[in-house]
Design a protein around this ligand. Sequence first.
Ligand code: 5AD
Ligand code: SF4
Length: 430
Amino acid sequence: MCYAIPAKIIAINGMTATVDYFGEERKVLIDVDDLKINDYIYAQGGVFVRKIPQDEALEILKTWKEVFFELKKTDAALAKIDQDKLSPNALAVLQKINLRKSLTKPEMLALLELNDPQELKVLYEIANNVRQREHGNSSCVHGIIEFSNYCSNNCYYCGIRKEREIPRYRMQIDEIIAAAKHASENYGFKALVLQSGEDFWYDDEKLVQIVKAVRKLGVLVFVSLGLRTKETYKKLYAAGARAALLRFETSNAELFAKIRPGTTLEDRVQLIKDLKEIGYVIATGFIIGLPGETNQDIINNILLARYFAPDMYSFGPLIQASDTPFATLPSVAKDLVLKTIAITRFVDSNSNILVTTALETLDANAKREALLAGANSLMINITPKDYRHLYQIYNNKVNANLEIENAIDDSVKLLYALGRAPTDIGVKNC
Ligand code: 5AD
Ligand code: SF4
């Protein structure tokens, strides 16, 4: 199975290559010096992953070509807008978006406060239209391996917080590498996220060993390890990791200090800046629905995320986790998350926006709705089944017991039904 389409290099300019996917151009960062024009490569997250022999690439492209143009037609049909049903105020804001003008904060807030079902429908349609305008029908699909549920932190919202008494697991280095190899060789993943709680049993040496081995498989290595030192992240970059996922959780410093005891927003923000400085492609975001959070906070969250110019936005609703201080909070409204996705698409139209597992957990139909409200990326959980159900950061996490093959099948079927092709979508502004 294939989750990324081979791209042909049509120009090289220093560390950036321009590649072609069936007539669409994308930019890709390259960190090797043996690439030349007309080479075929896989790229993920706008980063070069590996070269593909020409005959193999042409064979794959041949099977893709027909499907690709069929998918594009479906996507274009779904990206139409019905503007009749809008109030004059909402229409004015949305027209601004169509004209590619920046929204003011009050305008963003006004969109977040829309509630009329007809207006919401049009809001999502416009976000989907902007997504399509910027990315065509590209979508990216990453695999995630949750390799340890030990954590030294006690975040109030999290089901694997240190104080909670739950069965813990820690995958051994060779198990992690074997899971990554399986994902790459058997399922064709080109980007793998390695995630854990803040588990310092994995010291720098072990992490470097893991990253090196996974990178050697010819995939983009995405690390999601929480608060580690800049030095550690530098070593991991040198070992071949190129992307890092680190949410700041909330832009409200007071709220942050309450829900993540012993840590500060300032340190978190500094670490994200450090990651950028090291050269990582960044995925960041926040939780929606923390107690005491206002709509203004959500807009500030979007803007703080935007400040980091991330390659990918990752935000989702707070889901109750038993036996935590936030176990009994009310559920977050699905539309609040969909509105946040749509506004993020307007604020940073060229970005990748992930449909998170938390959103899927909130509502079975949400994945589809999010992909039609501005989102364009998916992550598939490929943690070995023996461990997957133990990484319960919140209750009833979806796909905890699903076979990996079925999870992949579900996602690919959904993408195809929406006319999306898993071309990689390139880096911004380079
Ligand atoms: N609900 C939603 N998201 C959660 N996370 C942790 N606990 C929860 C929860 N109860 C998110 C955090 C963290 C990511 C790995 O999981 O945002 O960064
Ligand atoms: Fe640990 Fe992350 Fe959960 Fe906080 S959110 S307790 S750092 S796994």
